[in-house]
Design a protein around this ligand. Structure first.
Ligand SMILES: *Cc1c(COP(=O)(O)O)cnc(C)c1O
Length: 405
């Protein structure tokens, strides 16, 4: 069976993790701090704080920005549930916007229509690793009308003076937006290092900061670091220094710190990310593109447009004219040929909690059409050229079988 996206765990990773275990320091410490610095450099962001997941990173930012009851946060119907769940945790309301007609990412005009005086944050998601339309969304945020009706409800909202542009960059570390690192197009980007993501730390995430000049990024880093660790004035490493036992609690904080065991994996992964992992992913997607080029019924994903380039996290094909049931049968046929595939994602209105909360799938027609024809193919470092060929043959066979010759 060809798996969907196993992590790349080799001797290098195991040695670095062993080194951490033997060092006697296994929670947040020197390796996490080194990983943060290297991530900031790589992503072009001013400051990075590592967390135990992207989900907690997103929630910390919403809490820091003072998002709560009565507030609205705009995000795509077409995303993983984490993007919306954190908004619910804060007591605010997720307002869903539709995808573009032929692309999973947010449709800026749908975002514009969803803004009200209650909107505090917009969370574009770089689906599959392809950057959202940040410039268009930023222009909408900065329009006269939207600046005027923005009504700050916290000190940080007052200080920013507009809607926060927060990127759910769970898929897109290493992507390019108009020639620069994609994360820099947002005010804040949150990466995920979950086991299936492009770069993994088993579980983990990072908050990357790029706010306007009125924010002091060193101060903000300290605040978020304290928020991520119970509100304690000192972290474990500082407390372990001789005689430095006393600490204070400044707020009822969260528990969201990354451990050095995770950072050890991340350091190895990041070191080989750009020139090795991403290159291999790109080659695999090129092979898929070539393999499906003569198949009119298989619509290929957009991965490049000039100097906007995906991080090649997902290879999402669509089966032209397929309905949901046909797509499901095609997937069954592919699995019968010992190839694992996936669907990214079931739009939120299809999921019980969101359906019961009153979100209706018919209000997001593009998202539904994309979903019902979507299949994600395996992309991972150790997927061999031979296995890529097997996947291509399996998909073609399944499509012919279900959709007809
Ligand atoms: C994986 C994922 C997340 C959550 O990441 P965790 O690190 O598992 O919390 C959030 N958003 C999207 C789009 C994801 O795919």
């Amino acid at each position: 069976m060809i798996p969907f996206s196993p992590p790349r765990i080799d001797d290098k990773i195991i040695e670095e993790v062993n080194d951490t275990l033997r060092s006697g320091w296994i929670t947040t410490g020197p390796k996490t701090k080194r990983f943060e610095k290297q991530l900031a450099e790589f992503s072009g962001m001013q400051k990075v704080l590592c967390t135990n997941a992207a989900t907690t990173g997103l929630e910390l930012i919403l809490r820091w920005f003072g998002v709560g009851p009565g507030d609205e946060v705009i995000l795509p119907a077409y995303t993983y549930c984490a993007t919306a769940n954190v908004v619910i945790h804060c007591g605010a309301r997720p307002v869903l916007a539709d995808s573009k007609k032929d692309h999973y990412n947010l449709d800026p005009s749908s975002v514009a229509n969803a803004i009200t005086h209650r909107t505090k944050v917009i969370i574009p998601v770089d689906i599959g690793g392809y950057p959202a339309d940040y410039d268009e969304i930023r222009d909408i945020i900065n329009s006269h009308h939207n600046l005027n009706r923005f009504s700050p409800g916290s000190a940080m909202q007052e200080k920013l003076g507009r809607i926060l542009l927060l990127s759910d960059a769970a898929h897109s570390l290493g992507a390019c937006y108009k020639g620069r690192p994609a994360a820099t197009a947002a005010d804040i980007a949150v990466f995920s290092f979950h086991a299936v993501k492009n770069l993994t730390t088993a579980e983990g995430g990072a908050i990357a900061l790029n706010l306007p000049d009125q924010f002091d990024h060193d101060d903000l880093y300290k605040t978020l670091n304290i928020m991520s660790l119970h509100g304690q004035s000192k972290d474990a490493l500082a407390k372990s220094q001789v005689g430095n036992w006393r600490y204070d609690v400044l707020m009822p904080g969260y528990k969201a710190n990354m451990t050095d065991i995770q950072a050890a994996i991340g350091l190895v992964e990041l070191n080989r990310y750009k020139d090795d992992s991403l290159k291999r992913r790109e080659t695999i997607t090129d092979q898929y593109n070539a393999g499906f080029s003569n198949e009119e019924r298989i619509l290929l994903p957009q991965l490049k447009d000039g100097d906007t380039i995906s991080s090649f996290h997902l290879y999402q094909i669509r089966i032209q004219d397929a309905d949901e049931e046909q797509r499901d049968r095609i997937i069954e046929e592919i699995f019968k040929q010992e190839v694992s595939v996936n669907v990214h994602f079931q739009p939120l209105p299809l999921l019980t909690y969101y359906k019961n909360s009153g979100y209706r799938m018919m209000d997001y027609p593009h998202a539904f059409n994309l979903y019902q024809q979507e299949i994600s193919l395996p992309v991972y470092y150790n997927l061999s050229d031979k296995n890529v060929k097997t996947v291509i043959a399996a998909v073609k066979h399944a499509v012919s079988k279900i959709m007809g010759e």
